[in-house]
Design a protein around this ligand. Structure first.
Ligand SMILES: *[C@@H]1O[C@H](CO)[C@@H](O)[C@H](O)[C@H]1NC(C)=O
Ligand SMILES: *[C@@H]1O[C@H](CO)[C@@H](O)[C@H](O)[C@H]1NC(C)=O
Ligand SMILES: *[C@@H]1O[C@H](CO)[C@@H](O)[C@H](O)[C@H]1NC(C)=O
Length: 585
């Protein structure tokens, strides 16, 4: 399928070329003198008819191909979920009703389309695929250095159990926070468990997603991790003895002192505590650097995906690149031995393989409905999103009743609206990505399906997803496991030549960009639009010149790629450029 895409694409370009030629033809006709027109028409009636048939045929073929692309890209069944919060990680509810295409920026889209056509013939040299700032490569991974004083206490204060909620990426954060807390409290950590949720419907446990032994051994100098509780604690009713600690007991982003005051006494008294839920329960600053480093080591070194996931992900990546060997440290870290490491010189590697951009398009129904923005779909869309909110976000509805309403226009100005596929495509074209660019779409259950994706695929038809790259039988072992599917997206995004996100608040996007910073050696660019700035630029959609649009988008993206040290309170998983995590050379 993916091989086919490439040929289709060149046809697509050809067709667009022909279409604009036919436009020229008709305008030159207008110049013919009226008096002569009759005779001229008689003479040429056959060729005119012929041209009309030909043009008609091309239009038909064109729309046929658009619909083929769309059905490939969006072949998902409709599911409805009972969600309590925003889901992130790539698996989301989806409605697949056929609707007419929705476009908000007709003018910019056609400017983008001509700009892309022009690029096919006059390729400009550009550095889209590179990091713009050289300093990026002066930061190297170093959280796995043996600390001079590992600080593992011989005597354990007791056992910490964790049942992490949420999807793959939220769980990852919870695991590494738990590792840090276990070290803080001189406790022994029981291998984390994952809660089954009605949203995710995924029964996967730690060992289905990560390599257990590896995790235990990488952290063994810092934290004791065991697979089972000792027999004397196994039969204890944790809740009855007061050792159950829920998110209501511990503040969001709590400080170490909160743990020492609240949790340590229970641990010392009962020998065990159980964190239930446990999302973002440990803040980033202030935190002793030993613990910060440990979190970083956990996230970037200790959590290796299970072989089954690495194997399928390496198939994915190899099929997009049409290349079989590892190219970077990111490949090696994420795909392990499933990506053979054939030593070869740089230019040889580049010649044999295809580049791709991975896009995490966070425009799924939950996100769209939650935002309360207007996406140009008119009354029917407003009603649909309102009823989605009523079913899935009762708390939000309650809150809205008692607060002052913010208009959709205001929300857009404030940068609170998720980017539509159309906006994402405009962004990529302003940055100069060509029509034929290979794009791996993560998540991919887009709200409005074809009606929304059409604007995107008209500019970028070479879209692939895990569903198009893997055969049904290759996907089968993952089908009921949303976290494992999300892990495939995680890897395909992290190892991409360029990663583009549409929402920097998303866990998947932020963890992936952290990985690219940590292991990318300054050569793994991430595109992170600033939604507020973009909204300002797009508010001029009906007047802005294409060149100005390009300039302003490029500046915005470059701003997001500046090489900065992690700011106070910022996530070390997302921004590992921090002395506890990376070393500056
Ligand atoms: C943990 O052990 C270290 C010594 O290794 C000690 O300084 C620290 O106070 C202990 N912390 C707790 C909470 O027991
Ligand atoms: C997935 O779930 C469906 C229905 O619940 C079941 O029929 C199918 O066998 C499951 N597939 C796997 C691979 O577990
Ligand atoms: C596009 O431009 C029109 C006319 O200036 C404006 O009214 C509209 O709000 C703009 N659209 C967006 C989404 O900013």
């Amino acid at each position: 399928m993916s091989r086919g895409d490439h040929n289709w694409n060149s046809k697509f370009v050809l067709l667009n070329g022909l279409k604009s030629d036919s436009g020229k033809f008709s305008s030159s006709c207008k110049g013919v003198h009226v008096g002569k027109r009759h005779m001229w028409f008689h003479k040429n009636v056959r060729s005119i008819a012929y041209i009309f048939v030909l043009v008609g045929f091309f239009f038909l073929l064109d729309s046929l191909m658009v619909s083929i692309f769309d059905s490939i890209n969006l072949q998902h069944s409709s599911t409805s979920k009972n969600s309590k919060g925003l889901k992130d990680d790539g698996k989301v509810a989806h409605t697949n009703k056929e609707k007419p295409p929705v476009k908000m920026y007709g003018r910019l889209l056609s400017l983008a389309s001509s700009a892309l056509t022009e690029k096919e013939f006059k390729p400009k040299k550009s550095d889209l695929w590179k990091e713009p700032y050289k300093q990026a490569s002066s930061w190297k991974p170093c959280a796995d250095r043996r600390p001079p004083n590992p600080g593992k206490h011989d005597k354990s204060n007791g056992y910490i159990m964790v049942s992490a909620n949420g999807g793959l990426n939220q769980q990852r954060v919870a695991i590494c926070n738990a590792v840090a807390v276990a070290s803080l409290l001189n406790a022994t950590l029981l291998l984390p468990r994952f809660l089954y949720s009605n949203v995710w419907k995924d029964p996967s446990q730690f060992g289905d997603i990560y390599q257990e032994e590896y995790f235990i051994s990488v952290l063994k100098h810092e934290v004791n991790i065991v697979k089972e509780l000792p027999p004397r604690l196994k039969s204890i009713d944790i809740e009855a003895i007061g050792s159950l600690i829920t998110d209501a007991d511990i503040a969001k982003e709590a400080k170490p002192i909160d743990y020492v005051r609240k949790v340590l006494p229970i641990l010392l008294r009962n020998g065990v505590v159980h964190f239930l839920g446990y999302g973002n329960r440990l803040g980033f600053d202030p935190l002793p650097s030993k613990l910060q480093r440990l979190r970083c080591k956990c996230n970037f070194h200790a959590l290796k995906f299970a072989p089954k996931i690495q194997e399928a992900a390496s198939l994915l990546v190899r099929r997009i690149r049409k290349h079989d060997s590892a190219r970077s440290m990111l490949d090696k870290q994420l795909l392990g031995n499933y990506m053979p490491n054939i030593p070869s010189r740089h230019h040889e590697v580049a010649r044999g393989s295809y580049r791709y951009l991975a896009l995490h398009l966070r425009f799924e129904e939950d996100m769209v409905a939650y935002s309360q923005c207007d996406f140009g779909g008119g009354e029917s869309e407003r009603k649909e999103l309102q009823s989605y909110r009523e079913i899935h976000f009762p708390l939000l509805i309650e809150r809205l009743k008692s607060s002052k309403p913010i208009s959709p226009e205001e929300l857009r100005k404030l940068g609170r609206c998720p980017l539509t596929p159309e906006e994402a495509a405009l962004l990529l074209s302003a940055l100069g990505f060509k029509h034929g660019t290979y794009i791996y779409l993560a998540g991919s259950q887009i709200y409005g399906a074809n009606s929304r994706m059409q604007a995107f695929t008209s500019l970028y038809p070479n879209l692939v997803t895990k569903e198009t790259l893997l055969t049904p039988s290759e996907l089968e072992p993952f089908r009921n496991f949303s976290s494992q599917l999300a892990a495939l997206d995680f890897i395909a995004c992290a190892t991409a030549d360029v990663f583009a996100m549409t929402d920097s608040g998303s866990q998947l996007s932020s963890l992936v960009s952290g990985f690219r910073t940590y292991y990318g050696n300054g050569q793994a660019p991430t595109l992170r639009p600033n939604k507020k700035r973009l909204a300002t630029i797009l508010s001029e959609n009906s007047t802005i010149r294409w060149n100005d649009f390009e300039d302003r988008v490029r500046k915005m993206i470059e701003e997001g790629q500046r090489v900065r040290v992690r700011g106070f309170g910022r996530s070390i998983y997302r921004q590992p450029r921090s002395p506890e995590c990376m070393c500056r050379t």
